[in-house]
Design a protein around this ligand. Sequence first.
Ligand SMILES: [Zn+2]
Length: 215
Amino acid sequence: MADRQRVSRSIALLAIAAICCVAAPAGAAPAPTRYVYATGEIVPIPAAIPHEEGDMVDRRIVPNLRWIAQRFPIYVTDGYSGKLPDGEHVGCHGCHVKHSDHYNGLAVDIVPLNASGRGCDAAWRGITRLAQWAEPVQNRPRAPFRWIGYDGDAGHGCGNHLHLSWEHAIAPMFELAEWVEVFPVGDLGVTREPKRQPRGGFSVVQSGGVTPRGD
Ligand SMILES: [Zn+2]
């Protein structure tokens, strides 16, 4: 299916979901997604989103992370991985696959906020809920997610970690993507931008988790 058709279909399905489920349970899909073309920047993760000291991400996914942190007991262990313009290195060294979305600041690794360190125990329930929300069917992540790494994915899962990647324009490693797909969080005081469809002339990374590029 063409990318634009796929995106339109996803938006249509989300719209139907929004209409049918007015009293949606907490954590349900927030609304149709949108594309953010505002210039990206690697920024520190705000304190409101529990994280390992020094972790950073592309600022365009911060509102989504804030929304998630308000609903799920997350602790981010890694975001952007690579050098900053001043040469300082951020994030873990050599722990992500080549072309990982971590190298664009558009992925996070997550464990429970109060992990016991004893593997897949009750502390992981909230993370499993988040994983199931983000990827209701294996290898078919909910928009705007590009790849979800959890149970069924090598090196991920309950007791290990959850990986979330956002869909984005193809970008070289250690460069910011032209656009990022996000879900709207207008009720959190985030300014909405006019919805724009992806322009022609560049490729959209296939979602669906077929390749674990976002590892
Ligand atoms: Zn990861």
